[in-house]
Every structure is written in C-alpha cells, then in structure tokens.
Ligand binder design. Structure first.
Ligand SMILES: [Fe+2]
Length: 192
C-alpha cells in the first residue's frame, strides 16, 4: 500500500462557529479562504486548508470536548489513492462518504471508534490553484461538492482513463447536491 504523502488537515464540528473560528484565527493566524453560515475553511501555510470548521445542526450537547470530525491525509496521485481504496476494501473497510469537493477527491472512513479519517488526492497541481478554486463563486456557494462512486472511479482508473477525467468536477452534480441540501433543510424547518 502507498503511505500518505503528508498529513494535511483537521476538521472540527462546533455549536458556535464564529467563536471557534475567532479562536483558531487568533491562535494560528489562519487565513480564511472560504466560508458559509455552516462552514469555514482556512490555512496558515501553503496547504490549501489546514483547518475546516462545520456548524452542528441543532441544540448544544453538554460535553467538555466536542467531537473531532476527521483528520486528513494526502496522497500524491490518483493511483496511490485508488491503491489505498483497494487496500481498505481488502479488509472490508468501505468509505462512509466519497466526495468530489472540487479541490480534492476524498474518501472518508470511520475507524472502529467512529473517528473520521480522510484520504484524498489534490485535483490541482498547485496549492495556488486550489486556493483560487476555493475563492471562486462556484465553490463559495457549495463548499461541499458532491458524492461520487469510488467503484466507478476505480474501474475507470484501471481501464486507463486519465486522472483529469476521473476526477473532473461535474458542476451539474454539484448544483444538484446543493438543491438537495436546500430541499432537506426546508423540509426540516418548522412550519407555522
Ligand atoms: Fe477534510
């Protein structure tokens, strides 16, 4: 199996997004690249993000520590990510979510205790391009991206489809995801 090329970022879930972002901005001198009412993404160095913070829906649950959402490890190539996908699959470990975020193609696993572990590959060749994408209007309105099928990605990759094609960002799929999320939020909102 290929080992990750580097440790990349931490994602924290919070009941008070503004308070947490203020704290990390002060402590790490974070530069915020993208934000919405539900999520904020920032970095303190060349990496396109070192931290992301997401707002918990609903009421605060009393606990001294809030849950860590996930830690993330980067692979250098799609081939390495796919090899890791197969390595995980060989033990029956399947991603709980597979997401084309735009800057990254990401596989999320839950460890036996339910901690999140993300393996990803960057879609862009440079951090500058990733940061520019994250600052774009398309990304600002959908910080998530959309779900993709890792089995299809693996099959395409093994048939020799170039990485640029396998991980190509499908704007229509991203828009569909955004609409589905809006519909879900509207359905959950209390009606008078
Ligand atoms: Fe992540």
């Amino acid at each position: 199996m290929p080992r990750p090329a580097r440790f990349a970022h931490v994602v924290l879930q919070t009941f008070d997004l503004k308070r947490l972002v203020d704290w990390y901005t002060y402590v790490f001198d974070l530069e915020v690249y993208a934000e919405s009412p539900r999520a904020v993404i920032g970095s303190y160095d060349e990496e396109h993000h070192r931290f992301a913070f997401t707002q918990f829906p609903g009421e605060k649950v009393e606990s001294f520590f809030n849950p860590l959402k996930h830690v993330a490890y980067a692979y250098d190539t799609l081939g390495d990510l796919m090899a890791q996908y197969k390595h995980m699959k060989a033990r029956g470990y399947h991603p709980v979510e597979s997401v084309n975020h735009g800057p990254t193609l990401s596989l999320y696993y839950a460890d036996p205790d339910g901690n999140g572990v993300e393996f990803f590959v960057d879609r862009f060749a440079t951090m500058e391009e990733s940061k520019a994408f994250m600052a774009s209007p398309a990304f600002q309105k959908n910080l998530f991206g959309y779900y993709f099928d890792p089995e299809k990605a693996l099959a395409d990759f093994e048939q020799g489809v170039p990485a640029e094609k396998v991980w190509e960002y499908d704007q229509e799929a991203a828009d569909r995801h955004l609409e589905a999320q809006k519909a879900k939020a509207a359905a959950a909102a209390p009606t008078s």
